[in-house]
Design a protein around this ligand. Structure first.
Ligand code: C5P
Length: 218
């Protein structure tokens, strides 16, 4: 039997990561936040002053970085980099380098290595289309850009970080556009992915919908 996989792709700040993580918990499956891999490459490149245009060096980093996801935290060379990779600057840099074919190729097998029994829930941009095309269930999880900006605003506020709604809206629009316009693995709803619009759903409701769809697909 194939190992069951649920892919949840969608735009930045849609809540896909939280929904994927909670669905994995409920099912007792492994969880892969693929965006964290792109962010890890970005972090190492920023630390080492690698230029955002240096595809070969970035791909080399992607192939070599020594990371782990222990205790729900992200580690790079044994150091907790969880908050460092969540910084907006890191996400921004990640989205600027994610279009490089050599970098994406270097991360492909590293992502597939997360597919282990009893199953995997994973989120990103191309999990259903490229990395796990045989997934049992593919979801495209989104929300209106206003709602996503709203959620990000509240999240930052809780952390004591000041943010402005107009800036957040603009940043999300730019990120969506960059992720959607690239030739390789663009952000889009694929034909075999189910649309889950969470604009007016709570996290629990969204998780329930994923689990219901999975039960129906089994
Ligand atoms: O999902 P997250 O915001 O953490 O991802 C950061 C960036 O990494 C995205 O803006 C996107 O450009 C890139 N990414 C990607 N493919 C994935 C996951 C993330 O290109 N599967």
């Amino acid at each position: 039997h194939a190992i069951p996989i649920i892919t949840i792709d969608g735009p930045s700040a849609s809540g896909k990561g939280t929904v994927a993580y909670l669905a994995a918990q409920k099912l007792g499956f492994h969880y892969l936040d693929s965006g964290a891999l792109y962010r890890l490459v970005a972090l190492r490149a920023l630390q080492d002053n690698i230029d955002a245009s240096d595809e070969m060096q970035l791909a080399e980093i992607a192939g070599k970085i020594n990371f782990s996801f222990e205790n729900s935290l992200v580690w790079l060379d044994g150091q907790n980099v969880d908050s460092a990779i969540r910084a907006e600057s890191c996400g921004e840099f990640a989205s600027r380098i994610a279009h490089f074919p050599a970098l994406r190729a270097a991360l492909l097998q590293r992502q597939r290595d997360f597919c282990r029994l009893p199953g995997l829930v994973t989120d990103g941009r191309d999990m259903g289309s490229v990395v796990f095309p045989d997934a049992a269930l593919k979801i495209y999880l989104t929300a209106s850009v206003e709602e996503r900006a709203n959620r990000r605003y509240k999240q930052l506020k809780e952390k004591g970080i000041n943010a402005s709604m107009p800036n957040l809206l603009q940043m999300l629009r730019e990120r969506d556009q960059r992720d959607s316009d690239r030739a390789l693995s663009p952000l889009k709803q694929h034909i075999d992915a189910q649309l889950l619009d969470t604009s007016s759903l709570s996290i629990d409701e969204a998780v329930k919908q994923v689990l219901d769809s999975y039960a129906a697909a089994e």
